[in-house]
Design a protein around this ligand. Structure first.
Ligand SMILES: [Cu+2]
Length: 236
């Protein structure tokens, strides 16, 4: 947290002081806060030690409340910082993948294979964020057919001129073809042709990463072969 500086700290009546502590000149009312910074170590203004800080922040709240001063800009920040630094350690390196673009005929960044199902101007954006052993993958599309169900998955290879170039479905567990091992992002568009889907997984992206998002002509049916590939977005 950033401690209030004398220039920005709310002015308190000079009579509000903790017993036994002498205020610093020109810094009335923030004796407690300043004291905690001194005890926190060398770095003034970036105090480490959440529990102690929170306790002192609470003491400050009490002082302010007693003083009849409801305004206390430093307190929410103190609580937020304390909660943040108490979060569990990350178990794997954060990884992120993105891809975005308008689907066109001759670019493999975002390529269309079927203009009937992916009209001119259609576009997509994908982000996959992997951190703390979990992965969240989100797809947003615009300009597709209205009220249509599309299948969508992450695949192992980048998009190419041919639909098959994207390779097989990405699988976290090799050979396991379900939504817990693969990343399925099926969606139904609204009446403007826009849609979105998000997939949550309890595993991190690591090792061989997915390289593309493939849009399929219709929704994924686990017991049937995937519908034809109609567009592809390369991820990096
Ligand atoms: Cu697929």
């Amino acid at each position: 947290m950033r401690l209030p500086t004398p220039a920005t700290a709310p002015r308190m009546p000079a009579s509000v002081r903790l017993p036994g502590r002498s205020p610093r000149p020109g810094y009335p009312g923030f004796v407690v806060e300043e004291k905690s910074a001194d005890q926190g170590g060398a770095a003034r203004g970036s105090v480490r030690g959440p529990g102690r800080l929170r306790a002192r922040a609470s003491a400050l709240v009490l002082v302010l409340a007693v003083a009849g001063c409801a305004q206390s800009p430093s307190d929410p920040a103190a609580d937020k910082d304390a909660a943040h630094s108490a979060s569990p350690s990350v178990v794997s390196a954060p990884t992120s993948l993105t891809g975005a673009g308008e689907f066109k005929r001759r670019t493999t960044a975002a390529i269309v294979y079927n203009r009937k199902l992916v009209p001119k101007g259609a576009q997509a954006s994908l982000t996959a964020e992997s951190t703390g052993g979990k992965t969240v993958t989100s797809l947003v599309v615009e300009g597709l057919l209205p009220d249509h169900r599309y299948g969508a998955h992450l695949h192992v290879a980048p998009c190419g001129a041919r639909p098959a170039d994207a390779g097989a479905h990405f699988q976290h567990v090799a050979g396991r073809a379900d939504a817990s091992s693969e990343v399925w992002l099926d969606l139904k568009t609204d009446n403007s042709g826009a849609g979105r889907a998000t997939a949550h997984h309890d595993w991190p992206l690591a090792g061989a990463l997915p390289r593309s998002l493939v849009l399929h002509a219709s929704a994924t049916a686990p017991s049937a072969p995937p519908a034809p590939r109609i567009a592809c977005l390369t991820l990096s």
